[in-house]
Design a protein around this ligand. Sequence first.
Ligand SMILES: Cc1ncc(COP(=O)(O)O)c(C=O)c1O
Length: 492
Amino acid sequence: MSLGQNLLRTASRNSHALVPRALYVESFWWSISLTSFVSSPRCRGRSITTAPLLDFAQRHVTKGLNHLTEDVMVKGEGSWVTMQSGRKLLDFTCGIGVTNLGHCHPKVSKAAADQCLNLVHGQCSIAYHEPYLRLIERLLPIMPHPSLDSFYFVNSGSEAVEGALKMVRGITRKQNIITMQGAYHGRTFGAMAITKSKTVYAHGFAPLMPGVVTAPFPYWHHFNAEPGVNETELVNASLYQVELLLSQQTAPTDTAAIIIEPVLGEGGYVPAPPAFLQGLRTICDKHGLLLIIDEVQSGFGRTGRMFSIEYSGVRPDIMVIAKGLANGFPLSAVVSTKELTDKLKPGTMGGTYAGNAVSCAAAIAVADAFKEENILDNVKARSTELFRELKALEADSTVGQHILEVRGQGLMVAVEFASPSHSTFDPVIKKDTTANLAMKVSKRCLEKGMLLLTTSVYETVRFIPPLNISAKDLARGIAIFKEAVEEVVGER
Ligand SMILES: Cc1ncc(COP(=O)(O)O)c(C=O)c1O
């Protein structure tokens, strides 16, 4: 079957859905020209748009979203996604750290399908349902601290963050929250107020939730310093700033909690030094504050441990998890101690879809797969290979001068370029480096067949491949990235 016929068939199969009939005809003629374009030398290595569907999307999908590619995803399998254009792309984004066991992991998808035929919606305020409880049974032994023994499930990272904020205010009867410079916690109102990674997330949406104060995360940029700065000095300076906040801006008796991502995500994929997290724990204990650890992106094996907080040995009062938890099914959790959650009034938490049975069944299969498939061993092996290759690029005599830092934990890895962007005032930026390198490299990777995301206000790309990626696919992704960097840098 030709690509044109295929497209037409797909369109008719979905005819009850959103596509007007005229569009099918349009898509047929368009797909004929696409077929010849795909086989032309001009197309090779270029991104192709699926014009009619794209046109439809542009008319009917909100402008409030943006996209890495204008092509339309139709299938996901392991480390790969197939697009409507026929292109197969290596997925180094995992849907922003979600499909950590690869797309449509057979056991996870089967568990969800089986659950679909058993119980889909076991509403959490009506009754407990079995997958909810069985999931807690799986999660208890992998918690980073044995005190974390009380769970509730919701749907998204933001919703879980909101739940954590409500909890700390409700329990402590104090209002203020200390967040970190560069933090990302979500787009809903409370989460948005404590998000400090980019102004775009809150610009124009005021008034935000009040009572938020921001401390610098120990990232050299936040101190106008350079990569390689002494880590102990960075940690001490950051902890000093938190203490200063507590004596100048938010009295401990007004402060409910400190919230932190153990690896700054949208802020640039910067792991918090263990000493900083330990210092925050000490400050919280000293001043009677709760410590919320946001593991939405860094959790579930992403960093080489089940949870990144394990690298520091710090005990969270509350931990927020989502993304990899159910490998693509909407599910998040707020985990805390029974001692704390016993202080909550019944009915203050939850939500109509909270802890959906299908998502819980998928998450049980995820937890089982982690053990059965030795996922953490694969993360360690692939992480070593990824760092080795990226560090070699950083040391390269021509390309290396455009790279400021290679950093991360496990398979949550970033390359920061020395390229001017928003932060032209920054002393580490090299004026003779191509502008917007991160975005250009990401686009070039897409043209070459790989999805790779940027992050942060600094020129950074982030590697979030599946945790069970093969050595071969990882090597292929690294080769695409290297080629992309070499080409883009050479085009100055
Ligand atoms: C650390 C962190 N917290 C919270 C969120 C918000 O999660 P969601 O997009 O599911 O609402 C994200 C999303 O990227 C995140 O990375």
